[in-house]
Design a protein around this ligand. Structure first.
Ligand code: TXA
Ligand code: MG
Length: 326
């Protein structure tokens, strides 16, 4: 464990974070989904620092964070439909992939050479204050080593990246706990690239014609983060397990879970999927210990944010998933 520690949120900490970012440094900050590893998106060297710190392949593009739609429209082209999603869900856990503005000031490395750009307006007091203070878009992937579980607490960032980050702003635990929903609206119909806190049915209230990307679709090839096995702890993960074996750690779910005699934590004793989502990454980390042979996870209903939970669990349990140390 590194001796480097997170900095509690304060006006002074925000001022320091701003000057680090303006100087091309890296600041990890909380959002309502997960912690982001932020850099000035208009500075190529700063952006290169993100890829280096995470060990992220340079073909995997980053999300740009801005404080509002007006700032987003300076980076990307929003048609009426894109504006409708923004009006409905921003600030919030939705990332929109749109075509770049011809004079977009963001470094080309952010989009990994694509003609599109992924943009999000986070709904978190600290993230908003930071974005308004720094007055430039922040490129920010989840603040973990590439392929590992995303951080939902400042201490997870320290464990995963330690001194590779100039400052970690501590804003406590992230409320949503899963990465944002990613929706490509650069073409018609809109395509869901990554399920998340804004659910498919919420999106389909705006446009029932939204498609869900399938692994073989060319659209997804442009979103490599969605292809790889991802979000993996060190131990193997097994899904849909009602009865774990004695040497496994169990992530139970709901009021009927029988946890006697097994090493278990319940993702949500009341069976609430939002609560389960916000606990998932933190509990996966907690159970990722060598005394266990695997992490077994109870069946999670494939509805609402449960789809996003199952999506992350599928990646974590895919063969070849990168361990937490990778
Ligand atoms: O909740 C979140 O989205 C967090 C917080 C920090 O905002 N960020 C996050 O970033 O999860 P990251 O880099 O871990 O995931 C971004 C995903 C990747 O799978 C990437 O491939 C995809 O978005 N992406 C980024 N730009 C894209 C683009 N232009 N077209 C398609 N996919 C894109
Ligand atoms: Mg990530």
């Amino acid at each position: 464990m590194s001796e480097f520690t997170a900095t509690p949120a304060s006006d002074e900490a925000l001022t320091r974070a701003c000057s680090i970012l303006k100087d091309g440094g890296l600041v990890a900050f909380p959002t309502e989904t997960v912690y982001g590893l932020g850099a000035d998106a208009t500075n190529s060297n700063a952006v290169a620092g993100i890829f280096k710190a995470k060990g992220r392949p340079d073909y995997n593009p980053l999300i740009c964070h801005v404080p509002d739609l007006a700032a987003a429209e300076k980076l990307g082209i929003f048609d009426d439909k894109a504006r409708k999603y923004a009006a409905a869900f921003w600030p919030g856990a939705l990332t929109l992939v749109v075509k770049k503005q011809p004079d977009c000031p963001v470094a080309s490395e952010v989009s990994a050479g694509l003609e599109t750009i992924a943009i999000r307006v986070p709904d978190h007091r600290l993230a908003q204050s930071l974005l308004r203070m720094v007055q430039r878009p922040l490129a920010a992937p989840s603040a973990n080593r590439s392929g590992a579980v995303s951080p939902t607490k400042a201490e997870h960032v320290i464990e995963s990246l330690g001194q590779k980050v100039n400052l970690v702003l501590d804003g406590g635990a992230c409320e949503v706990g899963l990465e944002s929903t990613v929706l490509a609206v650069d073409d018609s119909p809109a395509v869901l690239l990554r399920p998340g806190g804004i659910t498919l049915s919420m999106l389909r209230d705006i446009d029932p014609g939204i498609q869900v990307a399938k692994a073989e679709q060319p659209k997804l090839l442009k979103s490599p983060g969605m292809l790889e096995s991802h979000y993996a702890p060190g131990l193997p993960v097994r899904m849909d397990i009602d009865t774990p074996s004695p040497d496994e750690a169990w992530l139970a779910f709901g009021p009927d879970a029988k946890t006697d005699g097994v090493k278990a934590i319940n993702l949500s004793p009341s069976g609430n999927l939002e609560e389960a989502a916000s606990n998932l990454f933190s509990y996966l980390r907690e159970m990722d210990r060598s005394e266990f042979s695997a992490i077994a996870v109870a069946p999670i209903p494939e509805e609402g944010i449960g789809r996003a939970i199952n999506d992350r669990l599928k990646r974590a349990s895919a063969p070849g998933s990168t361990p937490l140390t990778g």
